[in-house]
Structure formats: structure tokens, C-alpha cells
Ligand binder design. Structure first.
Ligand SMILES: C[S@@+](CC[C@H](N)C(=O)[O-])C[C@H]1O[C@@H](n2cnc3c(N)ncnc32)[C@H](O)[C@@H]1O
Length: 236
């Protein structure tokens, strides 16, 4: 049986997407990611959110329509984000051929695995570089190898064969090799499997502990692998 395209899958899942990600571990992941983005300047100036989904960024952070722009390939995901945030701009398009001018954004972010659905990862990285201004920053959160078996992965819940690519950190590093100031770390390891048995406060404690102790040294053990960096004049 041939795999469905990411666009068709997310068109089909858009209405149940938000309710699939409402467990305590997901709230802890969101709180961590958005605090990290704020504290490290990834939400300053003109920000492009690649694979914006149902509008998770604006649900967590109050960014103005001049500062935030979403891009997604699925009409149904876009319909939901637009209905939640009618004043903001959400564009329909493919991350490997973005409908934006060169040097348009101060920051490009892509959260919770959207990048993994690109059908041409090298071209997507080139597009991130192209649309970023010089000195612009990016933060991309990619499915690690382990994510394919995560119980709460929406495609696993609906028994859909995933068309996503599940990476290790060396592959990610090599894809983004042209950028400067690169940093790689993982998000969510054993806090996820423990989350069935322990209280949200304790899950958060374990989540922070695994982050502090292991996320930079053993990123491949984590569900998500993140990479951040900067476009420098020398990379052009
Ligand atoms: C796992 S969801 C993540 C959505 C959002 N970032 C979040 O954290 O809730 C992946 C999103 O990527 C979008 N997507 C998949 N392939 C894409 C592509 N080639 N270009 C742009 N968006 C794409 C899907 O439509 C979907 O909304």
C-alpha cells in the first residue's frame, strides 16, 4: 500500500489534532519549548513558523501580526489556525519551496516534527537559509529515531504509516552544516514512559533532570532532536 502524503494525512487529522496532544507531558514539553524560544531570542523581530499546524505558537505566546507568520501545506490545519487567530497571516505552501522573498525573516522556527515531513530535507534547509536575514536565527525540532514508536504520536494512534523521516543527530548536523553557532539537544526521553505512573509535578522534575543531564550528550535517546544556529554572512 502506498504511503499517504503528509498533506492528505494532516487534512484528515486536523479536527482531532489538538485533543491528541493534551496530556501533562505535552504541556510540559510546550512550556519548556516556548520558554527556551523566548529566553534565547528566537521570537524576536519577524518570525516564520514552518509547519505551523493548528496555531500552537500563538496559543502559547502573544506575538503580533507584524511579528508572526505561519506556513503550512495542509488546508485544513490552516483553516483551524486562521479561525483561532484571524488577524494573523498563515500562508499555504511547501517548506521546500517557500513563498517568501530572500532575507525576509529574523527567525525561522519549526516545532514538534514538522521538518521531518519535508519530502526534500536539503532543499528545505536551503530555503530556511534563503528566507533568513543575515544573522537571523533558526530553531528546528525534528523527530528523532525513537519518535516513530512514541505511543502518543498521532499517526500511531490512528494506525497510519508515517511518511516522516526519523533522524539521528549526525544526519541533522550534516544537513545544517552551513550554519554558524549550531547547538543540538534532545527533548523528552524517559519522562514520557514514566508519565503514565507519576504526578505531573514529578514528570516535570524528571523532564528537567533528563534535559540537564543527558540532552546534549545523548540527543539520539530523545524523541525530538533540536538544532539551532545562525545565518552568517560567511554562509552565503
Ligand atoms: C506534527 S504537525 C506539527 C504542527 C505544529 N508545528 C505543532 O507543533 O503543533 C506537522 C505539520 O507540518 C505540516 N507539513 C507537512 N509537510 C509540510 C510541508 N512540506 N510544508 C509545510 N508544512 C508541512 C503538516 O500539515 C502539519 O501541520
Amino acid at each position: 500500500m502506498s504511503k499517504e502524503t503528509p498533506k492528505l494525512i494532516y487534512n484528515r487529522l486536523s479536527k482531532v489534532y489538538d485533543e491528541c496532544y493534551n496530556e501533562p507531558i505535552h504541556t510540559i514539553e510546550n512550556d519548556f519549548v516556548f520558554k527556551y524560544l523566548l529566553d534565547n531570542g528566537f521570537l524576536e523581530g519577524k518570525v516564520l513558523d514552518v509547519g505551523s499546524g493548528t496555531g500552537i505558537v500563538l496559543e502559547n505566546i502573544d506575538l503580533s501580526p507584524e511579528n508572526y507568520f505561519g506556513l503550512d501545506i495542509s488546508e485544513s490545519m490552516l483553516e483551524i489556525s486562521k479561525s483561532k487567530f484571524p488577524k494573523h497571516f498563515f500562508f499555504k505552501g511547501n517548506m521546500s519551496n517557500m513563498p517568501f522573498e530572500d532575507n525576509s525573516f529574523d527567525s525561522v522556527i519549526s516545532l514538534f516534527g514538522s521538518f521531518s515531513y519535508s519530502l526534500n530535507h536539503s532543499k528545505t534547509v536551503q530555503e530556511i537559509e534563503r528566507v533568513l536575514k543575515t544573522n537571523g536565527k533558526f530553531f528546528v525540532m525534528i523527530y528523532g529515531r525513537k519518535y516513530s514508536s512514541r505511543e502518543s504520536y498521532i499517526l500511531n494512534k490512528f494506525n497510519i504509516t508515517s511518511p516522516a523521516t526519523f533522524f539521528n543527530h549526525k544526519e541533522i548536523k550534516s544537513l545544517f552544516s552551513r550554519f554558524n553557532k549550531k547547538k543540538i539537544f534532545g527533548i523528552t526521553w524517559f519522562s514520557d514512559s514514566l508519565s503514565k505512573y507519576i504526578s505531573p509535578r514529578f514528570i516535570k522534575f524528571i523532564f528537567n533532570l533528563e534535559h540537564r543531564l543527558f540532552s546534549s550528550f545523548f540527543p539520539d535517546n530523545f524523541y525530538f532532536i533540536t538544532i539551532s544556529g545562525q545565518k552568517n554572512a560567511k554562509t552565503l
